[in-house]
Design a protein around this ligand. Structure first.
Ligand code: ATP
Ligand code: MG
Length: 466
């Protein structure tokens, strides 16, 4: 029977514990408060899930904890990672699940929300380069601690990574889904998300022993997105050739357009990208991460030491923009946020100057590669803000011109020729069938002309400017 609030469960020392409120039920299990332990929660697996494997996996997690202690932010304890703290059993000693530290989920947001700039602004989440660099560095530090114990996230993506809104520390949940190194046994992770999956795994998935390479790739994608307004490193402009329209297809085909030097000629960078304003050492890291040879990908520890250097304020590697106080940029480099703002404003202006037609500005190609499956990519949203998506009026510009000219002409014709002709026909008509037909034709024309005038001219006047 499914566990519920009020049930008694037991820890490894057979101490009874009472389940409190159900916090959430997920795909693998249900998470409950524990009455006797306010700082812990219980995750109880659904009974149809492979209990035996989970028991060994959680035991392995207890034996090899990553070095990620809770952190204090202004006197408030912040749990960095919801790692198991003990096994939970039923009265008959059967395995039920595990305890883990309770995390204040309400004080956190997921990284996906930061990558969607408009949403981030609306929710008061960071939009400037500085805090995003801090988030990227903190994420790399967290992964480095996991990798040190040979644990890997595998299904690493912005939606699966949370952070404390105030302190910008990372908070990791659902760790029993990671690939876990046990003593002489590896417990695999079952899920992947193809928008964050390295080229070599797109077809066949991630096998045991390959998880680190996958985490290295996914981290690089997320860092690129954090530092580049949510833009996915495999979104760009096809350069003539027909290319895959979805991100996984582009990853598999190595269509990375932001490399230094000559790069791939099949695809061009998105014009809103700020990659040209990254310092060379950062660009080198991205170029290695997205190179065709997987062995060149930087380890997460390399990322953490580089990003921490940039995130530390007193290093002065990021500076406030002189033009816009809300912007930050790499020291000695132009402000990418300003360039992006100008580009977007120009593009909006251009699309306004060409109403009725799809904006043909340089941003039109921002039609991003398709996101796949359940994965919602940040590229999607970064591009959703592009001006090509500006609504246009329902009546096109050309239609309005035609109606504006034709309407008065028709009206003039009706008044100056049609109407007198109709009257004179009526006056002189002998009641023959041919005259009746003429009168009918003129009557029809009159009706049509009046309709055009009555319907289209007010529509022209009332319709909003695109
Ligand atoms: N340590 C925790 N503290 C507070 N809440 C938690 C904790 N762990 C999990 N939760 C809550 O429970 C939810 C489900 O947890 P979790 O993701 O571990 O379950 P799951 O069954 O593996 O879900 P999924 O199918 O999404 O992988 C989380 O989204 C979160 O809201
Ligand atoms: Mg899970």
């Amino acid at each position: 029977m499914a566990a519920q609030a009020g049930d008694t469960i037991y820890d490894e020392q057979r101490a009874p514990l009472t389940l409190g409120r159900l916090l959430k039920s997920g795909g693998a299990g249900s998470v409950f408060l524990i009455k006797e332990r306010p700082h812990e929660v219980a995750k109880l697996y659904h009974s149809d899930k492979g209990g035996q494997v989970y028991e060994r996996k959680v035991r392995a997690m207890l034996e090899l904890r990553p070095d990620l202690p809770d952190v204090e932010d202004k006197g408030v304890r912040q749990v960095q990672i919801a790692w198991p703290t003990g096994l939970l059993r039923d009265k008959a000693r059967g395995f039920l699940g595990f305890t883990m530290p309770a995390l204040d989920v309400a004080a956190t947001s997921d990284l996906e929300h930061v990558l969607q700039e408009r949403q981030a602004r609306e929710e008061g989440l960071p939009t400037a380069l500085g805090p995003k660099m801090t988030l990227a560095a903190n994420l790399a530090v967290m992964l480095a601690a996991l990798h040190e114990r040979q644990h890997y996230v595998v299904d690493l993506k912005p939606l699966n990574v949370r952070f404390y809104r105030k302190s910008l520390f990372i908070a990791m949940l659902d760790c029993d889904g990671f690939s876990i190194q046990g003593k002489g046994e590896r417990f695999l992770s079952e899920q992947v998300t193809t928008d964050y999956l390295a080229a070599e795994f797109q077809q066949r998935g991630v096998a045991a022993g390959e998880e680190e390479a996958q985490d290295r790739f996914a981290l690089a994608v997320m860092v690129f997105q954090l530092l580049n307004s949510g833009l996915h490193p495999y979104s760009g402009r096809p350069n003539g050739a027909t290319l895959p329209s979805d991100l996984p297809g582009r990853i598999a085909a190595h269509l990375y357009p932001y490399a230094q030097g000559r790069g791939d000629t099949r695809i061009l960078p998105s014009p809103v990208s700020g990659h040209a304003a990254f310092p060379a050492e950062l660009r080198d890291m991205f170029d290695r991460a997205f190179a065709n040879q997987a062995r060149r990908r930087p380890a997460v520890a390399e990322w953490s030491s580089l990003l921490l250097r940039y995130a530390r304020r007193n290093n002065g590697l990021l500076v406030k923009c002189a033009k816009d106080g809300a912007h930050q940029h790499f020291s000695g480099m132009p402000c990418a946020a300003c360039a992006r703002k100008t580009l977007l404003a120009n593009s909006v202006r251009a699309s306004k100057a060409r109403p009725g037609k799809k904006a043909k500005s340089g941003l039109r190609h921002q039609q991003r590669p398709r996101a796949t499956g359940a994965t919602v990519t940040a590229a999607q949203n970064a591009v959703a803000a592009a001006p090509a998506a500006q609504p246009v009026g329902r009546i096109g510009f050309r239609t309005r011109i035609v109606v504006a000219i034709a309407g008065p002409l028709l009206f003039g014709w009706v008044m100056s020729w049609g109407m007198p002709a109709y009257r004179s026909y009526k006056a002189v008509a002998s009641r023959s069938w041919s005259v009746d037909m003429m009168l009918g034709m003129h009557g029809g024309l009159l009706l049509l002309a009046s309709l055009v005038f009555i319907v289209f001219v007010p529509m022209l006047i009332l319709s909003k400017r695109p």
